[in-house]
Design a protein around this ligand. Structure first.
Ligand code: 5U1
Length: 685
């Protein structure tokens, strides 16, 4: 085949691939490749089309903005197409875009606006005479799906705005599912045996494009408006920034992290700042959108194809990649759970090479139909363990092996499945998705137990990492967590260990000694009782005098505590019914590790004891999310102002009743800004 035919063939293949992935992404909400890989395919096709323009056809996916609308929804024609964005993947590409922009404007400087590029679903909202009349998806840019009823269920979408607003106008924005809501939704779906969503974007798209708006209404969706589409019947400001301020004044939710800059250097700093802080955001962002501020200049620049020249998406490094899953192995967790995990062909994700990824449990592996030998999408978010999102079914060659955990751990000699670490019996309690090793002395369980015990925020014993805890166990220095407190009697022997000089041994022993003073809440957490995490440990520590008191409490007493359900109560009583655990408790008592409840016990979390009421609309997040933030820091969030209310947070259009009651009671009132500052300050404590 000659070169030209080869190129023709390659373009054809790329088009087919891109169309296929477009369909998976936009119509089925079930992508098979990562966004970065999709971008790469489009980039390749664009380059070829630029080099060989006679192969560029109007039906090329580079000439479309998205996929065609699904027919089940009505169709909305967009009077002004909803554009997509060109991408910059490096500082140099961004600088090139800026240079080009200045050249076209024949200027030396231009004001810019930066916004987070939220990974959600772009929508257009049309208001007529102050009322929301139509809400639509972007679709292919010209025609979208009519999802008005669904968008109406999103609380941050105003159903009406001031009568002073233009007679007819359109705003555009991104609907998204906050990360916390996404995890909750997936947990719920997993419990109900439904397929989980691969990421918050798919979950948001899947939620918004429900044929039944009641389902949409149950999902904690949110929206940020990112531009005014058009306005008729009234003059509007002539810069993008002022338009956003104007939309804010009409009651639209605009991202508070937007920023205005005068140089590309400041844009780069903003981008770097958010690369480092993006995990702290309540939503997933995959880059920064950089826009020319002046609307006159935007019009001067115009667009090329479906991408405006006046804006660009400066993408963050990818957090997803695809690779081959070589094998599914099993590790044993702290509570004896047998956890399948993927051994991968090493792959770089967001700058870090990963070789392993989490797979949750066997049901999840089955539900996602992940097989050994599959090509899979892996995802890394922040510091959490990378996870396998799902298989790329189209890449299967027929040699992939379905996974069966029991088959994997079947011990022929014993004639039964056996724990891969200690060989003990394995059970699967009714109604649970996990298999368990029943041996509480299983070395894997003990080691994880020690890792939890010494962890920061638990007993906080610095100097014991994974490798030392394993050495201490394997060399017989300790058999359980309580033995840490008798290590001082083995000082000389410890100094014989590799990498353990006199100084490090003494530091370690000193750290162990100091840990004897940790609070009751931390000790309860350190015991590793199933289902008892930090918040629950805190709650229990505020209710019980000491470990004896907790041990002796009946199920009934436990169940009387608000927040303790049957699962937790059962887990606590089971824990204290085990003789090995009682032995550990006695050793701790003898070693002097026996904290009593202190008056400040309940106050370990920074907002503990503080009661908040929120009134009116907040800009930064919905009321539910604000309440979650308060609770996450140990505070309580109530609906009504009482004598116990410490703070009334006052948003836009506050309820008069709450304000006047707070006024009468002298309750401290916070503006949204003060509230955010308080949360930030407490979060850092
Ligand atoms: N924040 C933001 N996201 N976003 C997406 N702004 C923004 N602008 C867009 C898109 C597609 O497009 C306009 C620049 C046309």
């Amino acid at each position: 085949m000659n070169k030209v035919n080869q190129v023709k063939e390659q373009i054809h293949r790329l088009k087919e691939q891109i169309n296929h992935h477009n369909y998976r992404y936009h119509v089925l909400d079930s992508p098979e490749i990562s966004d970065a890989e999709y971008d790469q395919l489009v980039c390749e096709l664009k380059q070829l089309e630029e080099e060989y323009p006679y192969f560029l056809t109007p039906d090329s996916p580079t000439q479309r903005v998205g996929a065609a609308p699904v027919e089940a929804f009505g169709v909305v024609e967009h009077p002004y197409p909803l554009l997509s964005l060109g991408n910059a993947f490096s500082e140099k590409e961004l600088a090139n875009w800026y240079t080009r922009t200045l050249r076209m404007l024949d200027d030396e400087q231009v004001d810019l606006v930066c916004e987070h590029k939220i990974d959600g679903l772009a929508v257009a909202l049309i208001y007529v005479d102050g009322k929301l009349v139509t809400g639509a998806t972007r679709g292919d840019g010209f025609r979208g799906e009519n999802i008005t009823q669904n968008l109406r269920t999103i609380r941050s979408v105003p159903l009406s705005v001031s009568r002073d607003a233009p007679a007819r106008f359109e705003v555009r924005g991104e609907v998204f599912l906050p990360v916390a809501g996404f995890h909750r939704l997936n947990q719920e779906r997993a419990r109900e045996g439904q397929p989980t969503f691969a990421n918050p974007r798919n979950a948001a798209a899947g939620s918004v494009r429900q044929l039944n708006p009641r389902i949409t209404a149950r999902r904690p969706l949110d929206i940020y408006i990112y531009m005014l589409g058009y306005a008729e019947g009234k003059a509007v400001p002539d810069t993008h920034w002022d338009r956003l301020e104007y939309l804010k004044s009409l009651g639209f939710k605009v991202n508070p992290h937007n920023a205005r800059f005068k140089s590309i250097k400041e844009v780069e700093d903003y981008y770097q700042r958010w690369i480092n802080n993006r995990e702290s955001l309540p939503y997933e962002a995959d880059g920064v959108v950089v826009k020319v501020n002046s609307v006159t200049r935007q019009e001067q620049l115009g667009s090329v194809g479906h991408e405006p020249r006046w804006a660009i998406a400066y993408k963050f490094p990818a957090v997803e990649a695809t690779t081959r899953l070589k094998e599914i192995a099993i590790s044993v967790g702290r509570t004896g759970t047998l956890n399948p995990y993927a051994i991968l062909e090493p792959v770089k994700v967001g700058g870090v090479t990963i070789k392993q990824a989490a797979l949750h449990n066997e049901d999840d592996v089955r539900r996602k139909d992940i097989r050994e030998g599959d090509w899979v999408t892996v995802r890394r978010a922040g510091e959490v363990i990378p996870e396998v999102v799902g298989p790329i079914v189209s890449k299967r060659i027929g040699k992939e092996k379905e996974y069966n955990l029991l088959e994997k751990i079947f011990d022929k000699k014993k004639g039964r499945p056996a724990c891969p670490v200690c060989g003990a019996e394995v059970i699967r309690p009714e109604g649970e998705a996990m298999y368990y090793c029943i041996n509480t002395a299983c070395p894997a369980q003990v080691q994880h137990g020690i890792e939890l015990f010494v962890a920061r925020g638990v007993m906080d014993i610095r100097g014991i990492g994974e490798s030392l805890s394993s050495t201490l166990l394997n060399e017989g220095f300790i058999h359980d967590v309580a033995d840490l407190y008798s290590l001082k009697e083995k000082r000389d022997a410890l100094m014989q260990l590799e990498k353990m000089g006199e100084k490090s041994v003494d530091n370690l022993l000193a750290a162990i000694e100091v840990s004897k003073n940790r609070s009751l809440a931390r000790l309860i957490l350190a015991l590793g009782i199933r289902h008892v995490g930090g918040e629950m440990a805190q709650l229990l520590a505020s209710e019980f005098e000491d470990l004896d008191d907790l041990k002796n409490s009946s199920s009934e007493r436990l169940l009387e505590i608000e927040g303790v359900g049957p699962k937790i109560a059962e887990s606590i009583t089971k824990f204290f019914a085990q003789p090995e655990n009682l032995k550990i408790m006695e050793k701790l008592r003898t070693a002097g590790v026996w904290p009593k409840r202190t008056p400040t016990e309940a106050a370990e979390l920074p907002l503990a004891g503080m009661e908040f009421v929120i009134t009116g609309r907040l800009e930064a997040f919905s009321r539910e999310v604000a309440q979650e933030r308060v609770k996450g820091l140990g505070g309580t969030a109530k609906d009504n102002v009482t004598r116990n209310t410490n703070y009334l947070v006052v948003g836009e259009d506050p309820g008069g009743g709450k304000l006047s009651r707070a006024g009468a009671l002298g309750t401290r009132q916070l503006t949204e800004e003060e509230f955010l500052a308080l949360l930030e300050e407490k979060r850092r404590q």
